[in-house]
Ligand binder design. Structure first.
Ligand SMILES: Nc1ncnc2c1ncn2[C@@H]1O[C@H](COP(=O)(O)OP(=O)(O)O)[C@@H](O)[C@H]1O
Ligand SMILES: [Mg+2]
Length: 209
């Protein structure tokens, strides 16, 4: 599907890198400009997908295997795409998503060793081939992200530093392969510095006022 008028912008990166902070800043900024904007997070965003999220992040589910994990992320995504992503893009909105398919490639592919071509094949099925127009990768050292994150860690966050470092390197690899879509931003910068970069990259995508 490529004949929609909206724009799809995703935010990626490890725990605590600043995705929620920056998606909220961008959503508020776009609203203040009068742009029709919607903000969602993955896994979740709609009723069924939030239920799948609860299964995925539950610390009690230590025995969940990587195939089950991969397919549950895809199941949550498929429902979000149907209920939100497709209709919003068709309606011409700017859709911001806190994580999308790149997260599954990074966490289950690079992190857990699931075959990446398989993830891309199932991903195309779940997303109906919809790809973000623009993706921001907030890159930050794993230790710093987990320190910022603080508090109670979920099932995925509790994995080892080595795991999270594979995820980080995976993200950087994705960005190297798709430089036209993925903008890598050094997450050590201040919120304001990061947001200035994001604003500048998003501006050309906006509908003319
Ligand atoms: N650029 C930044 N510098 C320092 N701390 C930040 C920055 N951006 C966000 N934070 C803080 O770090 C924590 C994690 O940020 P958050 O946006 O929730 O990350 P994520 O959604 O990627 O896990 C929050 O407490 C947030 O206020
Ligand atoms: Mg967040």
């Amino acid at each position: 599907m490529s004949n929609y008028t909206g724009k799809f912008i995703t935010f990626e990166g490890s725990e605590g890198c600043g995705k929620s902070t920056q998606t909220q800043l961008l959503a508020d900024h776009l609203k203040s400009l009068g742009v029709s904007v919607r903000l969602f997070r993955e896994p979740g965003g709609v009723v069924i997908s939030e239920k799948v999220r609860a299964i995925l992040l539950d610390k009690a589910h230590a025995e969940m295997n990587r195939e089950c994990e991969t397919l549950l992320y895809m199941a949550a995504r498929a429902q979000l795409v149907e209920e939100v992503v497709m209709p919003q893009l068709e309606a011409g909105a700017v859709l911001l998503c806190d994580r999308f398919l790149d997260s599954t490639v990074a966490y289950q592919g690079y992190g857990c060793g699931v075959d990446i071509e398989m993830i891309r094949t199932i991903g195309a099925f779940a997303t109906r081939g919809i790809k973000p127009d623009l993706t921001f990768l907030l890159d930050l050292a794993v230790e710093e992200g987990l320190r910022r994150r603080g508090g109670n860690l979920d099932r995925i966050e509790l994995r080892s530093l080595e795991y999270h470092n594979r995820v980080r390197q995976g993200y950087l690899d994705i960005a190297r392969k798709e430089p036209g879509r993925v903008v890598v931003i050094d997450g050590r910068q201040s919120r304001e510095e990061i947001f200035a970069i994001i604003k500048q990259k998003v501006e050309p995508l906006l509908p003319a006022a």
